[in-house]
Design a protein around this ligand. Structure first.
Ligand code: AMP
Length: 288
């Protein structure tokens, strides 16, 4: 596996590779877990060559967020990627991606007005800006993103459509621990007790889906109330808890019946101790 920091260098490598088949790309911030590795395996099934990037992007962190303390176990990450036979690791420094004089940013529209975009102003502008840079450095034909960050993948699909980028975005389902907790690089911040509290999130989402499937006429408010009740037994602090349609991502009013919503998905963000956790689950396959 080649390890490359310079965008020009990865670009010329990708140029050569593209001649013999598609280049598949998996962007990450490192601290790799089985969720990331599942994306890499998916990329290997889609591309002739696979590039993974590791870059903790300062542009997508707000004031007081965990940019400084974000875990960066680089050597362990390299070992994991080598074991999977990844073709190249693109690991730029901040000045490689944002050199002196860099000043152009992507401005995301309405899709960033809700959910994480509302709690983290400017976050998705930072994500879209870095992804556009990463796509152009790696000459991506197909990029794989996890549904763990569902709003992110929707926004990047929109970026690709809006800017006529010649690449395909592929969604990968959320990878969970056996007990249901969604894998996240931030789970390592959790104490044993906090991890037990965090388990309630996926349990509540699953119970909500049961309710959505078994009760045809259930309202959004009843779904939300069910989740709140499950979570109320542990000291999680809810940042947002919303049902939204997968396409628009704007929260649906509580009085609405779930039947009216195309592809309803439940989205949640909580503070578990000092750690922010997110999760989501599709409630029904279709609105009927
Ligand atoms: P991150 O390193 O957190 O920026 O994540 C890099 C990519 O991995 C993103 O596309 C995430 O959505 C994806 N990802 C992170 N955790 C999971 C998970 N548990 N299941 C599936 N994809 C994930």
């Amino acid at each position: 596996m080649q390890i490359i920091a310079d965008p020009k260098q990865i670009q010329s490598l990708a140029q050569t590779w593209k001649k013999s088949g598609p280049v598949a790309f998996v962007p990450t911030m490192g601290c790799l877990h089985e969720g990331h590795l599942a994306l890499v395996k998916k990329a290997q099934s889609l591309g002739k060559k696979v590039i993974v990037s590791i870059f903790v992007n300062p542009l997508q962190f707000g004031q007081g967020e965990d940019f400084e303390r974000y875990p960066r176990p680089f050597d362990a990450d390299v070992t994991k990627l080598r074991e999977l036979n990844v073709d190249a690791l693109f690991a730029p420094t901040t000045s490689h991606l944002y050199p002196e004089g860099f000043e152009t940013r992507v401005l995301v529209g309405k899709l960033a007005d809700h959910l994480c975009g509302k709690s983290r102003p400017g976050h998705f502008n930072g994500v879209a800006t870095v992804c556009l840079k990463l796509f152009s450095a790696t000459l991506t034909d197909v990029a794989v993103f996890g549904e763990k960050d569902f709003q992110q993948v929707r926004i990047l699909e929109q970026l690709v459509a809006d800017f006529n980028l010649e690449l395909e975005i592929v969604r990968h389902p959320i990878v969970r621990e056996a007990d249901g907790l969604a894998l996240s690089s931030r789970n390592r911040y959790l104490s044993a007790e906090e991890r037990q509290w965090a388990l309630r999130i996926s349990q509540a989402l699953k119970a909500a889906r049961e309710m959505a499937i078994t009760r045809q006429a259930v309202s959004v408010g009843e779904i939300i109330q069910g989740v709140k009740t499950t979570l109320s037994e542990v000291p999680l602090v809810v940042d947002y808890l919303e049902v939204a349609s997968e396409h628009r991502l704007s929260p649906i009013a509580h009085y609405e019946s779930l039947q009216q919503i195309p592809l309803p998905r439940l989205f949640i963000a909580v503070k578990c101790g000092s750690t922010r956790l997110i999760d989501n689950l599709r409630l029904r396959e279709s609105s009927s």
